[in-house]
Structures are given as C-alpha cells and as structure tokens.
Design a protein around this ligand. Sequence first.
Ligand SMILES: NC(=O)c1ccc[n+]([C@@H]2O[C@H](COP(=O)([O-])OP(=O)(O)OC[C@H]3O[C@@H](n4cnc5c(N)ncnc54)[C@H](O)[C@@H]3O)[C@@H](O)[C@H]2O)c1
Length: 452
Amino acid sequence: MRIAIIGTGYVGLVSGACFSDFGHDVVCVDKDESKIDALLKGVMPIFEPGLDQLVERNVRQGRLSFTTDLAKGVNGAEAIFIAVGTPSRRGDGHADLSYVYGVAHEIAAALTGPAVVVTKSTVPVGTGDEVERILREVAPNAEVSVCSNPEFLREGAAIEDFKRPDRIVIGVEDARAEDVMRDVYRPLYLNRAPILFTSRRTAELIKYAANAFLATKITFINEIADLCEEVGADVQDVSRGIGLDNRIGPKFLHAGPGYGGSCFPKDTLALLKTAEDYQSPVHIVEAVVKVNDARKRAMGRKVIKALGEEPRGKTVALLGLTFKPNTDDMRDAPSIAIFQALEDAGVHVRGYDPEGVEQARPLMPGMTFCDTPYAAAEGADAVVLVTEWDVLRALDLKRLKSTMAGDVLVDLRNVYRPQEVIAAGFQWQGVGKPMRGRTGSIEVAEREPVSV
Ligand SMILES: NC(=O)c1ccc[n+]([C@@H]2O[C@H](COP(=O)([O-])OP(=O)(O)OC[C@H]3O[C@@H](n4cnc5c(N)ncnc54)[C@H](O)[C@@H]3O)[C@@H](O)[C@H]2O)c1
C-alpha cells in the first residue's frame, strides 16, 4: 500500500517508519528542509530509542523515503496522513489548526487519484468536517474521504506503542475509508490489536478524553501527595493501595512535579475551549489544568524552602530536564517552571540532562549546563532530581554529596529510599512522603513498601 505522511515530527516520523516496517511503501513529507536533509543523511531530528535503526533499515530496503515536495509525496498515495503540529494558539489556548488546514489545501491541490485523507494530529471535534470541506472546495471532482485516526504513542516508547497499541481508533464516515484503513492497519489487526471504528467526531473526542483522563489521574495523585505530607502518610503506599484495585489500575499514579510535555498541557486546554464553545463545561478538567499549572512553580518554591533562610546566592543542581525520560522533548517540562522560580529567587542553577540540553538551552538561558550529574552537583547547596532518567536512578550518592557545598537532596520522583539518602549525608525531601529526613536522625521511619 502506498502511504504519504505530511509532517515528519515525532508522530509522523515514528508512524512512517513503523508503517514501512509493516511492508507499506511510505513517503514522509516535511516543509522543514533541514529536517528532511538530516533524515536523508540518516540523522534523526529527535531522540527516540530504536528509531534510527528502524529508519535506516526501511530506507535501505526501499520502503521509506523523505521529501519536502508534498505533491511528489501525495502522488499515487492511497492513504494520506496529516501529522503536523496542533500547538496551543497564542492568547486563547484553542488548538492552532492553521497547519492542519494549510496541509489540507496543499493536499487538495496535489491529489491525483482516489485517496483517504487521515487526520493523525490531535484535533478538536469538527476538524475532520472542515478538512473535508476544504478538500471538496479545492478539488470538487476528487474521490476523497476524510477520517480521523488519533495517535496514542508515548514519547520514549513510541515504536513499541505504535507496533503494539492498546487499541487503534478510527473515525470514519464511509465504507471505502473503512476498507482502506483496515488495509493500512492489517498487520496490527492480525496481531489482534483491537481496532475501534467510530464516527469521525467520536474518534476526535476520544483522543482528548483519553489525555484529559490521564492528566486527571496524575493531578489527583499529586494533590493526594500534598495531603500525605500534611497528615504524615506515604503517597507511594497510597498509590499501591488504590492502584491494586482493578477499577483504578496502577499506572499514572506516581506523584511528581506535575505533568508536562507536548500533549497533556495543550490537549487539556484545547478540550476546555471545545467545552466552552459548546457551552458544556468540563469542570474537572478545568481544575486539573489549574492545579497542574500551579504545581510546577510550587515545586520551585519547595526547593527554595529546602535551601533554608536565605536562598539568594545559593546554587541548585537540577538533574533531568526533559518532561520525562527517554526523550529530548522539553515542551512544557516542569523543569522550566522550577528553573524560573529558582532564578527569580536569586538562585544560581546548574543542570544536567542526558539528551535534552540542546532543547533546554534556549529555554533556560541563565543555566550552567554540565556533562554529568556529578559535575552539576559541584559546589551546589542542593540537588534536585526532576526527571528520572535511568542514569539518575542509581547515582553514587556519597560521591554526589562530596562535590557539593550543601547537603540537600530533593527527590521530586521518589526514586531514592530516604534512608540511603540520609546515610550518604544528605537532608532528604521527597514528594508526598511522611517527613523530611535529617542527617544522623531517625525522623524517617522507613518501612518496606506495602507488599502483596
Ligand atoms: N508527540 C507526541 O507524543 C504525540 C502523541 C500523540 C499525538 N500527537 C499529536 O500529533 C501531532 C504532531 O505532533 P508532533 O509531536 O509529531 O509534532 P512536531 O512538531 O514534532 O512535528 C510536526 C511537523 O510538521 C511539520 N509541518 C508543519 N506544517 C507542515 C506543512 N505544511 N507541510 C509539511 N510539514 C509540515 C513541521 O515542520 C514538523 O516537523 C500533534 O497534533 C500532536 O498533538 C503527538
């Protein structure tokens, strides 16, 4: 099957590489020449585990190619995926659909035969209707269907997620589009990945409802973590205690510094705007957005408090800057708000991240970037574990401490056991854990976590 993917970012590139690996003939199109030039040289524009080998293999075997020429990519394609960005529109938080509609115009002008145009970008309800209107207006004689196929992959595990999805959601309005989409996903269908066919508007809403629900789950446990700190309970035990209930499930119940990334913040905001437009408020999601926004900066204040009386002039090392591990994506990362809060308080900030420095640099101009976590900790009064990259999960705490000026460790991901941190000479602070630990004290009555 011949497939064109318009927009070769995270979603477009991963989808294109995986579709070609299934045996389809895929052309990935992007208007960003530097991105396409790099891909033609085998250089990946993003960090995603396993992506470079997948791309290399399929390019070598002639199933995957890259171009900036949309007309060339679309020529002869039976399925044309739109995978461009839908960022928050400046000022009002609506999804900015200008890229999607721009591409719809370009596709319409380039169509050479029957095709199904598939929106893979995350788009508000009704976007498919407008894409269809544009196609019919610009290319009134074209035999074209429009369907919605939202993407649920997670950065950092994108290939696995794409190849072994929990489900595939396809919103169609006609039988021909359904047949083409069945062919596109046949290799996965044979693996018994459930395919859910719905109406186009339903598919569009499923994506937002899924992200809003996950954002709610994270925010819920974050608020419970705050309560744990006040009442002397342990949020990790609470998470286990509720997560073992099948109706709740254990995932997305890790307390931390708030959600970030390229999807949850913008998608929750866009859902609020849709709800507003249809005068059907989603109060729970409103609260989630508000609580999460406040939380990121509050984490900065938590660090400042841990520094003691006078934070001005002190130094803090932030370990892990990307919004989560295994990605170089810095979009809406909590580290940004934490960095800003610290800078505003006159704190010098040093930072380490295994993959995100290039993206972080322009967002954190005042930060001193270091090549290792130990270098970042040099002379610092406090170190803060912000993002739990594997390389930060088993630090030599004594070595870390030995290079520091102070002795504070704030573990915003609850990776380390308080006792080991305290034993290494630190004052320790976690998220939603009973109390702060102090060197040489037994304030933290560490227990083994709930066993099952
Ligand atoms: N990143 C994720 O984890 C993820 C997961 C699920 C869904 N999504 C959704 O998928 C969509 C794409 O997200 P992303 O993270 O891949 O975005 P991205 O910013 O990484 O990539 C978008 C690409 O589209 C290109 N583009 C824009 N206009 C174009 C045009 N006219 N012609 C050709 N190319 C054009 C850009 O140059 C860019 O390379 C968004 O709607 C997002 O919400 C993202």
